[in-house]
Ligand binder design. Structure first.
Ligand SMILES: Nc1ncnc2c1ncn2[C@@H]1O[C@H](COP(=O)(O)OP(=O)(O)OP(=O)(O)O)[C@@H](O)[C@H]1O
Length: 599
């Protein structure tokens, strides 16, 4: 209940900020409609008494007033809808924007590792729509139902104070309805994990990109089985919660039904004893039926409000979870800006890192200098820790131990957004932005997103111009399946656009190439890196740019100035290709192995 009240306050404050006028108009119209309905029952009673007394003019007035009240009850609610519909949509937009900001606005990515974050996000993705139009409907209907109940109470109390008990018999229904709602919410949360996993399997099993592997491995039945098992386990949890909730609701409604029958018996027996008039009996019959509707509506509305309240509470929970890294808390003016150029290099001093505090370390005691202007290749087996080094350099995570210094300045003390503005990167798991081709590349450097020259230059540096030949309207072609006329690209073509995006920033301090060419053949990758290397040499002179290349292809890796050999989270060896070959360690073994396999 407290949560629902807090939610109402938050919704009203949101709407007030958007448009106080629309909020006031919605409230006035909705309350007007709510008052008109029970008053029309009183009008009906008066009309009956006047007609039975043969007073035609009083009957005519009562009839006209009743008709006006009924028309007002029907129409005012519709007009209110026009005003609050828009308020609700903007509320939804505000909350969705807040969720996007929460998912992406934090300095680091730590929250993505936490299962409770994934569970809350899963629930929020399904439930956030409740903050839209439905929340306004619930909020205003709750207010109007409350007013309607009060008027009903006054009309009943006029006849017999005992009749006031009628709305009170609704209280168990309201209370039990709230309990039922909490049970359902707990059920949804408990079912979130299997639901999320089932959805993942569903998308894996239905996406075009996965079809080949699923067929060759004969996985269709296995995926269907696993999907069904997960879904059934989620449904079992939900079903148990639904059954318990339904029992509570039925109990509540039975309490009210008892009150309703009692109220009618009281009035009819009093009328039989010469008490209330026939009009009064009609009034009670109408408002008692209305009270039944009002109570049912109130229970449903309270449930709706509680669901909205839960969404808002979950958003607040996320806000607390995604606490910024310490440096982000410093006022902008007190943070050292990212340097204009790197003169000496980036030093990792005894850096260790674990994704989860209790988990095994992904990096341990990494101590290495990445010299200014150099191209550094990082090699190692799957899971060795190569991408983790990259993530720490980008400040997606903070080292658990040790420090990363840029020309002697602790990276943690630099402004993260400013540091990121000086990074350009292409990653193995690149994004397919379904924008116009120009923008899909141009967003790599937002200030120049619309510049054809900048985009074409970036595509040239990424050796990706050929993608344009396949696009009907060149840079102006809409990309992606979300649009009826959108051009769909192959994975490799999407990857080339992502490479172009990485090349948009012309003077980064750090150029990250984390297996961005996994879908290209070895020769294409080699040619591409020759072009990168030329670009890197130019950047090295102007900005001292350090290029970090993660790759499993030794023919490319050998071009780097410095090669780091990562084994189980440690830098086991480092040096140039020639030095490492001469030492004859793991690198030489792996290089020899790959050379032989290509012969
Ligand atoms: N987001 C994450 N949460 C928890 N553990 C992670 C996460 N990402 C990576 N790890 C773990 O950290 C270790 C290092 O992973 P990393 O991605 O750095 O390896 P990699 O050398 O880049 O591997 P690959 O060549 O397969 O890309 C692995 O044991 C991996 O399981």
């Amino acid at each position: 209940m407290k949560e629902a009240i807090l939610a109402c306050r938050e919704l009203l404050a949101l709407c007030w900020r958007q448009s106080a006028g629309k909020l006031v108009a919605s409230v006035v119209l909705k309350l007007g409609a709510a008052a008109a309905l029970p008053l029309s029952a009183a009008g009906l009673g008066a009309l009956t008494d006047a007609a039975l007394a043969g007073d035609s003019s009083r009957a005519a007035i009562a009839g006209a007033v009743t008709a006006c009240l009924v028309i007002a009850a029907i129409t005012m609610a519709h007009f209110a809808h026009v005003f609050y519909f828009e308020l609700g949509e903007v509320n939804l937009l505000t909350k969705e924007r807040q969720l996007i900001e929460l998912a992406n606005g934090s300095v680091g990515l730590n929250h993505h590792e936490r299962p409770e974050y994934a569970d809350k996000m899963q629930v929020l993705r399904q439930e956030v729509e409740r903050v839209g139009y439905a929340s306004m409907e619930a909020l205003l209907s709750a207010a109007s139902t409350a007013l309607s109940l009060i008027i009903t109470g006054v009309l009943l109390a006029r006849l017999d104070l005992l009749l006031l008990m009628l709305p009170l018999t609704a209280l168990p229904a309201v209370y039990l309805g709230g309990r039922a709602q909490a049970l359902q919410a707990a059920g949804r949360e408990a079912a979130a994990e299997p639901t999320r996993r089932a959805r993942h399997l569903f998308s894996v099993a239905t996406e075009a990109g996965t079809a080949k592997e699923i067929r060759t491995a004969g996985l269709a039945n296995e995926l269907t089985f696993r999907h069904r098992t997960l879904f059934e386990s989620a449904t079992r949890v939900m079903w148990a919660a639904e059954v318990k909730a339904a029992r509570l609701r039925i109990l509540g409604q039975l309490c009210f039904a008892f009150g309703y029958v009692s109220a009618i018996l009281i009035v009819v027996s009093a009328a039989a004893a010469g008490g209330p008039s026939v009009g009064d009996v009609i009034l009670v019959l109408s408002v008692a039926a209305l009270a039944n509707y009002q109570v049912t509506a109130a229970v449903a509305l309270l449930q709706d409000l509680q669901r909205v309240a839960r969404v808002l509470a979950d958003v607040r929970w996320l806000e607390h979870l995604i606490a910024p890294l310490p440096a982000a808390a410093l006022p902008a003016g007190e943070r050292p800006a990212a340097p204009q150029r790197i003169n000496h290099g980036i030093r990792l001093r005894d850096v260790s890192f674990a994704y989860l505090q209790t988990g095994p370390p992904a990096l341990e005691g990494v101590d290495i200098l990445l010299p200014a202007g150099s191209t550094v290749a990082v090699v190692g087996e799957n899971g060795a820790g190569k991408s983790t080094i990259v993530k720490l350099l980008c400040r997606f995570y903070e080292p658990t131990e040790g420090v990363i210094e840029v020309d002697g300045t602790d990276l943690a003390s630099l402004s993260p957004p400013e540091w990121r503005r000086r990074i350009a990167g292409a990653f193995q798991d690149f994004v397919r932005f379904e924008f116009i081709a120009r923008e899909s590349v141009g967003v790599g450097d937002l200030p120049r997103v619309g510049s054809d020259d900048a985009v074409l230059g970036a595509l040239r540096r990424a050796r990706s111009e050929s993608v344009l030949n396949r696009l009907e309207h060149g840079l102006g072609t809409q990309l992606g399946k979300s649009y009826a006329d959108g051009a769909e690209l192959s994975r490799g073509q999407w990857q080339k656009l992502a490479l172009g995006r990485a090349m948009m920033r012309e003077d980064p301090l750090l150029l990250i190439l984390d297996e961005p060419t996994a879908d290209l053949d070895a020769e294409s990758e080699h040619l591409l890196f020759e072009r990168y290397a030329a670009n890197a040499r130019r950047l090295a002179e102007t900005s001292g740019t350090i290029t970090i290349l993660v790759s499993h292809r030794f023919s490319t890796v050998r071009m780097a100035d410095l090669i780091l050999v990562v084994v189980d989270g440690r830098v086991a060896d480092s040096g140039s290709h020639e030095e490492l070959m001469e030492r004859g360690g793991l690198y030489a073994d792996l290089y020899g192995l790959q050379q032989r396999s290509y012969q």
